[in-house]
Design a protein around this ligand. Structure first.
Ligand code: NDP
Length: 321
C-alpha cells in the first residue's frame, strides 16, 4: 500500500517537497474489518488550511475517497461494494467500518461513483445547506456565487436556479464562464480578465444582491460586500484566496461557524421611545454608570475628533462650546 504524507508543513503555496510517498505494510483484516482499495480520491481546498490544525509532519494527508471493498470481514460492507472512506491519501487501507459511508444502494448504474465525492457528496451538501439553512434563499432573489465553476459553486448556482432565482457567478477562465452559461447561470464573468470587479458585479445585477455564497474571500469579498442589498445575507463557505496566507481570518469564521450580522440601530426605530425610557430608568437607579470625555472649544473639534480616533477618550467624547 502506498500513501502520501505531509513531509513538511505548507509555508505559503504548497511545494513538491512538502509531499512524500510512504509505503505502508497492511496486515490481513481482522474480524469486523475490511480491506479497501482506492477507486478515486477527492481533492479539497480544506486540506490547505486544515493541514496546520489537524496534521503533523509525517502524517498521511487527510481526504476522502471512493474505495472498493477487496476483502471483507464485516457484513455491513460486502466484498465488491463501494464506500466513501476518509482514510486520506492512501491506495489501500484497513477499516473497522466506523469511518465509512456506503455508497447509496440505489446509485444509478449510468452515473460515476466519483459523484459521491462531488455533486452527490460533501460539496453538494455544502451547496444545499448553504442555500437552504444559512441563506434561506427565496424565489425571485438574486444570488452571487464565486469560484462558481468548482465543485460547490456549480451546485450552488444550479440549486438557486431550481429555486427560481437569478444567479450571477464568477470564475477564473473563459472556458469556465462558458460552462456556467451552459448550466443556466444568468450572468457570468471571468474575474481575472474584467477591468473592474466592481463594474462587473454592478452590471451583472444593477439592483444588487440579496444573497452571496462566498467561497473566495480576500479582495473579492470586500468588493462584493459593496454590491449587497440592504439586509442581504452572506454564507461564508470558504475563503480559498487566503488559504496560503499565514492567518486566513475568514477561516476562523468558518471553523468556529460564527454568525456575523451587520445592523443599524435605526432598524428598530419604532422601539426608540420605549428603549430610551428603559435606559433612563437604569441611569436613575444607578445601574447604568456614565462618563464623558469633554474637550472645550468649538475650535478644537478636529483635534477632539482625531483624539477620539487615537483613543484619548474614556466614555462619550463631546466638545463643549
Ligand atoms: P473548487 O472545485 O471550487 O476548486 C477551487 C477553485 O477555487 C479553483 O478551481 C479556482 O477557480 C478557485 N480559486 C483557487 N485559488 C483562488 C484564488 N486565489 N482566488 C480566487 N479563486 C481561487 O473547490 P470546492 O468547490 O471544493 O470548494 C469551494 C470553496 O468551498 C472553498 O473555499 C472550500 O474551502 C469551501 N468549502 C467549504 C465547506 C464548508 O463546509 N464550509 C465544504 C466544502 C468546501 P477559479 O478558476 O474560478 O479561480
Amino acid at each position: 500500500a502506498t500513501a502520501w504524507i505531509l513531509a513538511k508543513h505548507f509555508d505559503g503555496f504548497p511545494k513538491d517537497s512538502d509531499f512524500q510517498v510512504k509505503v505502508e505494510e497492511l496486515s490481513e483484516p481482522n474480524d469486523g474489518e475490511v480491506l479497501l482499495e482506492a477507486v478515486c480520491l477527492s481533492l479539497d481546498p480544506y486540506l490547505r488550511p486544515y493541514s496546520r490544525v489537524l496534521m503533523k509532519e509525517g502524517d498521511v494527508l487527510i481526504g476522502t475517497q471512493v474505495a472498493k471493498v477487496i476483502q471483507s470481514n464485516n457484513p455491513a460492507f460486502p466484498l465488491g461494494s463501494h464506500v466513501v472512506s476518509s482514510c486520506g491519501w492512501r491506495s489501500h487501507s484497513l477499516s473497522d467500518g466506523s469511518d465509512l459511508n456506503p455508497i447509496m444502494s440505489e446509485w444509478p448504474k449510468d452515473l460515476p461513483l466519483s459523484l459521491a465525492l462531488g455533486t452527490v457528496g460533501m460539496p453538494g451538501l455544502t451547496a444545499l445547506y448553504g442555500i437552504e439553512e444559512v441563506l434561506g434563499l427565496q424565489a425571485g432573489e438574486t444570488l452571487l456565487v464565486n469560484a462558481a465553476a468548482g465543485a460547490v459553486g456549480s451546485v450552488v448556482g444550479q440549486i438557486a436556479k431550481i429555486k427560481g432565482c437569478k444567479v450571477v457567478g464568477s470564475a477564473g477562465s473563459d472556458a469556465k464562464v462558458a460552462f456556467l452559461k451552459e448550466l443556466g447561470f444568468d450572468q457570468v464573468f471571468n474575474y481575472k480578465t474584467v477591468s473592474s470587479l466592481e463594474e462587473a458585479l454592478r452590471s451583472a445585477s444593477p439592483e444588487g444582491y440579496d444573497c452571496f455564497f462566498e467561497n473566495v474571500g480576500g479582495p473579492f469579498s470586500t468588493v462584493a460586500l459593496q454590491q449587497m442589498k440592504d439586509l442581504g445575507r452572506i454564507a461564508v463557505c470558504g475563503s480559498i484566496s487566503t488559504y496560503n496566507d499565514a492567518n486566513p481570518h475568514q477561516m476562523t469564521m468558518i471553523m468556529k461557524q460564527l454568525k456575523m450580522e451587520g445592523f443599524l440601530q435605526s432598524r428598530w426605530a419604532d422601539k426608540h421611545p420605549e428603549s430610551l425610557k428603559r435606559l433612563m430608568g437604569w441611569v436613575k437607579e444607578g445601574k447604568l454608570q456614565w462618563r464623558e470625555h469633554v474637550t472645550k472649544g468649538f475650535a478644537n473639534m478636529p483635534a477632539a475628533f482625531m483624539g477620539l480616533l487615537k483613543g484619548d477618550n474614556t466614555g462619550k467624547a463631546i466638545v463643549a462650546v
